[in-house]
Design a protein. Structure first.
Length: 361
């Protein structure tokens, strides 16, 4: 048996050597094996500079909608809600690239490049960075325990091709960005004239025993550029750009209790008729979200949500509350169940139950 093993090893080495171009037939077996190991090591180093991540979410949901006028309606569905594949590459110091591919059933078919940007980072030299490409600009934080997005995200999330410059260390992340927004003022030409700025503070570890805290504030020059509101603009151009502000706090106590609080809203009114849901009135849309989560065990997490807003018309609920429970079935695999009850400004009501199976790596 030992003899057979040695023969197999020699045959394998010879076969591998034949796969190496550029080596003379006179080269010794040791030289060829060394070259093969060197080539494999180079490939390993290259692959070590690429990081892959992914997310798969399957959701089943039931919706009951009860309007003030007319009869109630209900529906249910089972969908492959999300497929994400992230690629992060850092081949040289101070430069990295990020690509996130996204597919959502009925929303992003075919596959969509959700994010793609280049980042220049001073790292240990200077705490500065420059980021350019397609990204979610730093307006809003949108922390949540729930399956469904908070109303703050629904109103404020903004994805644009932008350039962002910032300063970051262990405590502070300060940034300022520019982009060409989707919504222009009347009489303006198409230019890079939208801006965003943010400041985030993270409390140093062990500054207060058992407490972890992150807070921040952000400003955007035109909240109409958000992904949701840009689709709700009912005119070719708005009279004046309407700025927006966001503020958030996320605090965790003893790695068990977590409080999430956030506000996102416009700083001025849109003129009557500019928003598709304004019913002929000037509106100043705003939203807020509060969540309290508890890690019951290492695997089980339960959270409550109370959120709402103003001047949202029939676009988003005026108030909404609910509960969610998530359980880690296996490593990287989570099963969650959520219930939300929402009430709109016109007194319409809805109840939504959602179950999700998620695999993240």
């Amino acid at each position: 048996m030992k003899c057979c093993g040695k023969i197999a090893s020699v045959m394998l080495a010879l076969a591998l050597c034949l796969m190496l171009p550029g080596l003379s037939t006179a080269a010794t077996l040791e030289e060829r094996v060394f070259a093969l190991e060197e080539k494999a090591g180079g490939l390993s180093d290259w692959l070590g500079k690429i990081e892959l991540s992914g997310l798969i979410e399957v959701e089943a949901n039931y919706l009951n909608f009860d309007p003030v006028e007319g009869s109630s309606e209900d529906e249910s569905d089972l969908v492959l809600a999300t497929v994400e594949l992230g690629i992060d590459a850092a081949f040289i110091k101070h430069v990295s690239g990020h690509v996130l591919l996204l597919w959502e059933e009925d929303d992003t078919e075919p596959l969509d490049v959700d994010e793609a940007f280049i980042r220049l980072d001073g790292e240990d030299v200077v705490p500065l960075y420059l980021q350019a490409g397609k990204m979610y600009v730093p307006f809003g934080n949108f922390d949540s325990f729930f399956i469904s997005d908070p109303l703050t995200l629904e109103l404020g999330e903004t994805r644009e091709s932008a350039a962002l410059a910032g300063y970051a260390n262990d405590m502070f992340d300060l940034s300022f960005g520019v982009f060409n927004g989707d919504i222009d003022e009347k009489g303006d030409d198409d230019h890079i004239d939208s801006f965003v700025a943010s400041a985030i503070y993270t409390m140093p570890e062990n500054a207060v025993e058992g407490l972890e805290l992150t807070s921040g504030v952000a400003w955007i020059s035109n909240i109409a550029d958000s992904d949701v509101l840009s689709d709700e603009i009912a005119v070719d151009a708005i009279s004046d750009k309407v700025g927006g502000i966001s503020a958030f706090v996320t605090a965790t106590l003893n790695e068990r209790w977590t409080l999430v609080a956030e506000y996102v809203g416009a700083l001025d009114e849109f003129k009557a008729g500019e928003l598709a849901f304004d019913d002929g009135k000037a509106l100043e849309p705003k939203t807020w979200n509060f969540e309290l989560g508890c890690a019951v065990t290492d695997a089980l997490e339960v959270a409550l949500r109370y959120e709402g807003g103003d001047d949202l018309g029939d676009l988003l609920p005026d108030s909404q509350y609910g509960i969610v429970a998530s359980y880690g079935l296996f490593e990287y695999t989570t099963l969650a169940l959520e219930y939300l009850h929402g009430e709109f400004e016109n007194d319409d009501e809805q109840d939504v139950v959602t179950a999700q199976l998620a695999f993240e790596f």
